[in-house]
Write a protein that binds this ligand. Structure first.
Ligand SMILES: Nc1ncnc2c1ncn2[C@@H]1O[C@H](COP(=O)(O)OP(=O)(O)O)[C@@H](O)[C@H]1O
Ligand SMILES: Nc1ccn([C@H]2C[C@H](O)[C@@H](COP(=O)(O)OP(=O)(O)O)O2)c(=O)n1
Length: 677
């Protein structure tokens, strides 16, 4: 997951390949609650690991369910069955509507005293209609903040009060279908001696989500009858029974980004479009009907029970005018696809967007406009006209409003014809449903190598290149190439093969370098089967690396390996010739230096802190000798690139040096403050 302040997506060009999507959020959280209410243990396979399922799992633990998460994406829940929940308990439910609403109803009818709260945005998301429905029954629920919104307290410390179950329970269906879902999952707990009837007031929105609820209730032994989606009957004698084991389908809403990707990206050679694994055309999730909308815009989609394949069809995409009530979440993706359509796309009946993670109607309008689109935002519709031509696109920094879907939608803007990068602010917001979203995107999206930015940091030994490069890479979410490691590993491989490091062995060492079995894994560096992380860091290994690096054939042999590090979304490369030889077109080259005295002292402290004895005068003599050799060799000598910015960090802290380099980097971005867009 990218936990950076922002993630800059380079312009992307083509897409192709396979993606396996995480489990559906809606199914995951419903299944967890149903398992918790059942008797017996349920094995939940392919559970989504996300912020919203995390708060649900923690909540279930807090009320006394046994939750075993030791099995990776398989979680075992032992339900309450007939025992009472642990009470009093306080549950923090983040921004998860799929946890707050159903848990409110279920805990109310289980009896006990509970406080339910969330993040500030959760306290702005309405729950009054659900509370009103429960109060009709005789339940006692208090608002702890604003009337009609969480946080709230369920005040059943003395047990469940007598409930008025004879009359139908009336609930509004036109604000959020989660209120009805919550009642449908909670009322079986009290439908013992009589049928319990729910009547929906107003037109029911988001019916497909109710369909998921009913399908999952059936898996847990509850067969709800309904008439025209207005009157739902939970039969007397209902009792939750665990199905033992249940699989969570991949998230159909998450699929929408990859369906869109297949429809709008130029096809990658060697691939038949995008294949999505884990969800198919027969999904129980309502958002699978996004497929129809994407087809209407031009996508070619085929599929089976557990997969979908998407290929680009009509291009440019066709504009559509669609009532999106049936696909409220996935419809946001259509707004992003509209950027690539000929003409104006209108998405209607989407008022529910206003009460989601953020006011999504306003958010989409503001951010689409930043890219150069013309957008009309109505009370319950959005009208999007794409930028007139490539020149009308703008490089934008997309604000994501702590809303995973905004972030994922706007990643699709990176395919713009102007080949502009797109900045996604707070990319970790995707953790709500799809923590590995950007990794998945980069695994199937490609671009010309020249579009993948490289930031070079060259300089003499102990100037702090490695430290600076690692910190900058972390701030930008970029990959890291510590090129010195390759020379150090080559020297070690040569020594282990019994080859003296001398010009006479140049060809043989170059052969070793060309097929160097070096791997970077979880912070360790491997040479074949041996962990060489420590062995390559000795002063002797540094000297040997310097000697080996003076051999031109060895340098040449390592070029392709180094170029291979230039991958999405970008690279920070540190060494001696990153800016001069390996990545000459890099948009920022830093030549990092510090006085010899300062560098000797840093190396001294570094060694002492590792428990290695050292002498500061010897270290200084060694590093000056190494500088001299690195600077005087015939091929790729150590020197600043012509266009490098020199940074002497003798008097800077590490943080100051990092801030300086990040500031230089920002100045070069089209969406830097003051720049266009
Ligand atoms: N700006 C700085 N100020 C003080 N110490 C630094 C600074 N940059 C790096 N160091 C320290 O100097 C030592 C050498 O840094 P390192 O990154 O290993 O250098 P290089 O990769 O250039 O050989 C490390 O212990 C590091 O923490
Ligand atoms: N791009 C590079 C990186 C390192 N080298 C050589 C020269 C250096 O003395 C050795 C070791 O590099 P490394 O960056 O690991 O060394 P320091 O950490 O700066 O001491 O490898 C090189 O020639 N070109």
């Amino acid at each position: 997951m990218y936990s950076t302040a922002y993630l800059d997506l380079p312009p992307l060009e083509t897409a192709g390949g396979e993606v396996r999507l995480p489990g559906s959020k809606s199914i995951s959280n419903r299944v967890l609650l149903l398992a918790a209410l059942s008797e017996g243990t349920t094995e939940v396979h392919d559970l989504l690991a996300s912020d919203d399922t995390r708060v649900m799992l923690d909540g279930l633990r807090a009320i006394g369910c046994a939750v075993d998460e030791s099995g990776g994406s398989t979680v075992r829940i032992t339900g309450l069955g007939r025992s009472a929940p642990r009470s009093p308990a306080k549950l923090f439910l983040g921004n998860a509507g799929t946890a707050m609403r159903p848990l409110t109803a279920a805990l109310t009818l289980l009896g006990g005293e509970f406080e339910l709260s969330g993040v500030p945005r959760m306290h702005e998301r309405p729950i009054g209609d659900l509370v009103d429905a429960l109060r009709q029954l005789g339940c006692r629920i208090d608002y702890l903040g604003n009337e009609g919104f969480p946080p709230l307290r369920i005040a059943h410390a003395d047990g469940l009060p007598p409930l008025a179950l004879q009359a139908p329970i009336r609930v509004r269906g036109d604000v959020s279908s989660q209120f009805l879902t919550a009642l449908l999952m909670a009322l079986p707990l009290v439908a013992q001696t009589q049928d319990v009837v729910i009547e929906v007031v107003g037109e029911l929105i988001s019916k497909p989500y109710i369909h998921i609820t009913l399908a999952l209730l059936a898996r847990f032994g509850i067969d709800v009858r309904h008439e025209q989606w207005q009157r739902f009957t939970i039969p007397a004698g209902s009792r939750y029974r665990s199905p033992g084991s249940i699989h969570v389908e991949a998230d159909a809403s998450s699929a929408s980004y990859f369906i869109a990707l297949g429809a709008l990206a130029a096809p990658a050679s060697n691939h038949n479009g995008i294949k999505i694994l884990g969800v198919g055309l027969d999904s129980i999730q309502g958002d699978i009907r996004f497929v129809e909308a994407a087809r209407a815009m031009g996508a070619q989609i085929t599929g089976g029970p557990n997969w979908l394949r998407i290929e680009r069809g009509a291009w440019p995409l066709k504009a559509i005018d669609l009532d999106c009530n049936h696909i409220p979440d996935a419809a946001m993706t259509l707004a992003a696809m509209a950027l690539y359509a000929e003409g104006t796309t209108v998405l209607r009946n989407i008022a529910s967007w206003r009460v989601k993670e953020t006011d999504r109607l306003a958010a989409m309008a503001i951010e689409l406009r930043k890219l150069g689109a013309t957008v009309d935002e109505g009370a319950d519709f959005l009208r999007v006209t794409p930028p007139a031509d490539a020149a009308a696109w703008r490089a934008a920094s997309i604000h994501t409003y702590d809303d995973h879907r905004v972030a994922m939608c706007f990643s699709l803007a990176a395919f713009n014809p102007a080949r502009l990068p797109v900045r996604i602010e707070d990319p970790k917001c995707v953790a709500k449903t799809f923590p590995q979203y950007f990794e998945a995107l980069f695994s199937v999206a490609q671009t010309a190598v020249r579009h993948i930015p490289v930031l070079c940091i060259d300089g003499p030994t102990a100037s702090g290149k490695g430290t600076l490069a690692a910190a900058v890479a972390e701030r930008l979410g970029y990959g890291l190439l510590d090129s010195g490691v390759l020379y150090r590993a080559t020297a070690l491989a040569a020594t282990r093969a019994g080859l003296a490091i001398s010009p006479g062995n140049e060809g043989a060492i170059a052969d070793l370098a060309r097929t160097l079995p070096v791997r970077f894994e979880g912070g360790s560096i491997w040479l074949g089967d041996s962990d060489v992380s420590e062995a390559i860091r000795t002063e002797e290994a540094g000297m040997n690396a310097s000697s080996v690096s003076a051999l031109p054939a060895v340098r040449q042999a390592l070029v392709a390996l180094q170029h291979g590090f230039q991958r999405l979304p970008g690279l920070v490369a540190d060494g001696r010739d990153m800016g001069t030889v390996i990545f000459p077109a890099a948009p920022l080259k830093v030549y990092l230096t510090a006085s010899a005295a300062c560098r000797a002292e840093r190396r001294y402290k570094q060694l002492i802190s590792k428990g290695i004895s050292a002498n500061i005068d010897d270290l200084r003599a060694d590093l000056e000798a190494r500088d001299a050799r690195d600077q005087s060799r015939a091929v790729a000598p150590l020197k600043p690139a012509q266009d490098a910015l020199v940074l002497d960090n003798s008097l800077l802290t590490i943080d100051e040096a990092v801030s300086q380099v990040i500031a230089w980097w920002q100045e070069r971005q089209p969406f830097a403050p003051g720049a266009q867009g």
